[in-house]
Design a protein around this ligand. Structure first.
Ligand SMILES: Cc1cc2nc3c(=O)[nH]c(=O)nc-3n(C[C@H](O)[C@H](O)[C@H](O)COP(=O)(O)OP(=O)(O)OC[C@H]3O[C@@H](n4cnc5c(N)ncnc54)[C@H](O)[C@@H]3O)c2cc1C
Ligand SMILES: *[C@@H]1O[C@H](CO)[C@@H](O)[C@H](O)[C@H]1NC(C)=O
Length: 551
């Protein structure tokens, strides 16, 4: 295998790579590339070229750019998969970015590695499919790269298999030399204040799953018709996504892959005002400048920010000095607050509310639906001498009347049986990706052959690409351990790997969805989407997903 070198502007290039025992083959790669498109849209720089690419041709949007001629592709594929006796079996749990980057790096680092990826859903890609907003299609292009990994010779995908219910961690560890957990964060941090279980209060995670067509939130059906006001607690990028979806003209959303049920509901939505409520100030906002700029620039949207909230203290200024993005965020907010009011035709409003924390939720007249959020004003106080400042209540209160609340205060990972878990931080204790069974400083003990990556390892922060570096770190740890001989079975009998998994599933009578099953779902979604002038129409129920995977 060889890596794709940086290719900007080149029309063609010749490179060579080794096969099996060191014979070299020349590969001619011609890119009929229009200068405006980067070749790495098609094959990212550094990615592996495998047999599939030999027949790969990309067309779209009036351009046609890459064609790869591999001489002797057959010969080549034989060379690739000569898994010797020192085969290493790897099982990755979770097919989000962390899982796929780990798979990609493992396959590249070790020629004798065989990787199986398990996911509880019949569909791969995690939050690339069920997190990233429908109006951010460019962020989802990475799924193409992940598909190439899934389809590579030494990789298999097992969808519809849930760790913790279908199979246990110990079963996986018995069957694989290496188990990497990257099952993300599928729960929520809770606020823990009175009224939190009133109707009309959801976590942003559920709401995002709902508009993105996740089969677990198909039935959620939030009521967007009985109120004109929604309150979003939190001011990170997820909060901005949710606000944007609530406020964006439905005609624009209709062209995206937003789920059909969400589009219909947003069509009838009476919500005109959205409040984004942050415990701290504009200098501590958790969002990034790019996402903020996008929402501030939306047409026909009236932005409201109280001028007093923008006054910053000397400590804020100190803080901003070292934080480029936060400084930019603050500047954008200041500019938006100062810009002239919109014409009266303005219908929709976005309010930024700083220095307020939720104290309780108040019911509406019917007693069971949320009617208002009771907020306490805050100020910032240093705590613990490390320079970090926290929001402290002032004892002054105010209400925002609303009929919908979305809590966007953070995702949280779930523990599973037999896995060390730091429930305070909501992550698996680890040392550069090696799972620690005991994590008192000085007494760290490592779990043999067990690793973590992604949000389960670091907590629910960072963009898709952050998981690339995260996976690299974990794979580096694995490679080190392989080299030291730590992962070879003490008994001398090799672990069965994929054969063992298949046997286990058969014994338990569990059916899985292979990658080809997902491709059937994918094809169907794209076909229906095409008829409706959107990139895809997501299938949103378990039943239909499984049916579509099986035709
Ligand atoms: C709402 C939202 C919007 C975002 N938007 C962007 C964006 O625009 N741009 C960007 O760069 N980043 C964005 N991100 C961040 C990005 O999605 C994450 O950094 C990334 O997805 C985390 O990767 P992961 O692999 O750790 O977890 P995930 O992507 O969550 O993948 C976890 C996978 O594990 C599976 N799983 C869960 N439990 C089990 C189990 N018990 N057994 C088997 N499988 C299981 C899940 O089905 C899932 O497929 C967004 C995140 C969110 C929440
Ligand atoms: C998927 O999993 C469910 C529940 O475990 C099971 O009933 C079903 O048969 C599986 N289907 C396929 C196609 O894998």
């Amino acid at each position: 295998m060889f890596s794709v070198p940086s290719l900007f502007g080149y029309a063609s290039f010749v490179t060579s790579f080794g096969v099996g025992d060191g014979s070299w083959l020349a590969v001619l790669l011609k890119a009929f590339s229009s200068p405006s498109r980067k070749f790495d849209d098609f094959l990212p720089v550094g990615s592996e070229v495998t047999r599939e690419h030999a027949y790969f041709e990309v067309e779209g949007g009036g351009w046609k750019m890459g064609r790869l001629f591999l001489h002797g592709a057959r010969l080549l594929s034989r060379g690739f998969c000569s898994l010797g006796s020192n085969r290493i079996s790897v099982c990755i749990v979770g097919s989000g970015p962390a899982g796929f980057y780990t798979a990609e790096k493992m396959l590249k680092a070790h020629q004798t590695v065989e990787v199986d990826i398990i996911d509880r859903l019949p569909t791969p890609f995690g939050l690339v499919r069920y997190g990233v907003a429908p109006d951010h299609p460019e962020t989802k292009i990475v799924a193409n790269q992940f598909s190439r990994v899934a389809k590579s010779e030494r990789c298999s995908f097992f969808g519809n298999i849930s760790l913790g219910s279908d199979i246990s961690l110990s079963e996986l560890r018995e069957n694989y030399d290496i188990v990497v957990l990257s099952y993300g964060a599928e729960s929520d941090r809770s606020i823990g204040i009175p009224g939190e279980d009133l109707n009309g209060i959801y976590s942003a995670r559920e709401f995002v799953w709902w508009y993105n067509g996740h089969p677990d939130c198909f039935k959620m059906a939030p009521d967007l018709k009985s109120t004109d006001t929604a309150v979003i607690l939190g001011l990170g990028n997820v909060a901005l996504d949710v606000a944007r979806i609530l406020l964006r003209p439905v005609s624009e959303l209709a062209k995206t892959d937003i789920s059909d049920h969400a589009l219909a509901s947003l069509q009838d939505s009476t919500i005109r005002k959205v409040y984004l409520v942050a415990r701290r100030g504009p200098a501590q906002a958790a969002c990034t400048a790019k996402e903020l700029r996008e929402i501030l620039g939306m047409k026909n949207l009236h932005i409201k920010i109280q001028q007093v909230d923008l006054d910053i203290s000397p400590s804020d200024e100190e803080e901003l000095k070292n934080q480029r993005i936060q400084k930019r965020v603050y500047e954008l907010l200041s500019k938006a607050a100062a810009s002239p009011h919109c014409p009266p035709a303005e219908q929709r409003e976005l309010h930024f509310v700083f220095f307020r924390k939720p104290d309780r939720f108040l019911p509406s007249e019917n007693g069971c639906t949320v009617g208002a959020v009771h907020l306490e004003k805050t100020f910032l106080e240093e705590n613990g001498g490390r320079g970090e400042r926290f929001a402290v209540g002032r004892g002054e209160f105010e209400d925002i009347t609303c009929g919908l609340v979305l809590k966007s205060i953070g995702y949280k990972s779930l523990p599973i049986d037999g896995l060390p878990f730091d429930s305070h931080k909501g992550v698996v204790p680890n040392l550069k990706g090696r799972v620690l069974s005991s994590y008192q400083t000085g007494h760290e003990a490592v779990e043999h052959g067990l690793y973590v990556a992604g949000w389960l390892k670091r907590g629910p922060i960072g963009i898709v690409a952050t998981n690339l570096y995260c996976a690299e770190e974990t794979v580096a740890s694995i490679s080190e351990d392989v080299e030291k001989g730590l992962l070879t079975a003490a008994s001398g009998t090799p672990k069965p790997g994929r054969q063992g998994l298949l046997q286990l599933l058969e014994n338990k009578n569990i059916k899985f969805v292979p990658f080809s099953g997902w491709e059937k779902i994918d094809a169907k979604e794209k076909m229906v989407g095409q008829q409706r002038n959107k990139p895809r129409e997501k299938i949103t129920t378990w039943e239909e997903l499984l049916k579509a995977s099986n035709v």
